[in-house]
Design a protein around this ligand. Sequence first.
Ligand SMILES: [Zn+2]
Length: 383
Amino acid sequence: MRFSRDCDSCDGDGQCEFCSVEFHLRAKCIGDHTLDVTSKDLISSDHTVVPVDYSSDSFSNDPSDHRGIIIVKLRKGQELRLRAIARKGIGKDHAKWSPAATVTFMYEPDIHINEELMETLTLEEKVSWVESSPTKVFDIDPNTEQVVVVDPEAYTYDDEVLSELKPFVVLADKLGRLAVQLVAGGSGVKTVRVSYASARAPDDLDTRLLRAMITKGLIEPISSVFVNLVNADFTAKQRGLRITEERVILDCSPESPLEYIQVQIANVESRFASAISDSGEITVEGRVKDGIPHLTRVGGFEVDVSLEGSIILCRQVDQPGMIGKVGSILGEENVNVSFMSVGRIAPRKQAVMAIGVDDQPSRETLKKIGDIPAVEEFVFLKL
Ligand SMILES: [Zn+2]
């Protein structure tokens, strides 16, 4: 038998016939006496690899030494069936090979398919449902065309799905926060429209979590309520906040679950007039770039600023030297600028500058920025 780490017939994870041996055990207590299930009850698939036998070299007179190592004791009616895989290794590789016993266990997923609902799907829909699972848990029985569970243990992908969505969850929260801070007075938000742009099939994206995070972002900066996945919809409803969602289906590579998220607030005035889009809503849009959420649009202006610190938005007459002027005011006050980007409608016309800052600038610093003659309006948004 090979050490699994040296095995070149598999990945070295002890899965193949050269580096693993399977054992089976079946025991049932039918009598009134407790049944000791021991290492001697293990049946090896390879006669050269067997449990350590104490009986042959033991000089003890204690009869229990001759029955192998006790695994479990069964009472009348109890039954044990197990499959064990033995792998060869040394304690230096992993403590499980140290001369001591370690027992681990895992829950076996028990997956039930709602046959009634499954019946309502066409074969094509069943196939796409089966394929939507990143691991091969389900398949379609070619004879019956029914969805069947083929590998329940492969059902461990929730974390994978969540980790893919994670940066978008952060983005959703921050877009909500930005949008509500752009509302004049911060209140009176009733109608919010969220657009999710994605190249994936609409059924592939469950937006509940994103909607909850946008709701959280919209509500928390202006109230003392804590919003979470469970109470988000209820809290929104209670506050008369109506969030409608729509999908924008894109024709690009579906590698990322989403291309961008847009949050629009209708029927409100803005503290920053440039945040109002042509259609009359406060509009913010963001994307995830290299795992980091970015603000990529404010009103009709394209910008690009990572949403890691806070943000200053500044509309100015586009002219050379503006970035330098604002940058030096912030620098004098020791406010670290992490990011700057300028979105302009046309050269030398209106431009919106987005500045990412690590700390909150003082009132005086913000006033100095506002006093730059070319600056027409600006706003500080806390994230
Ligand atoms: Zn192997």
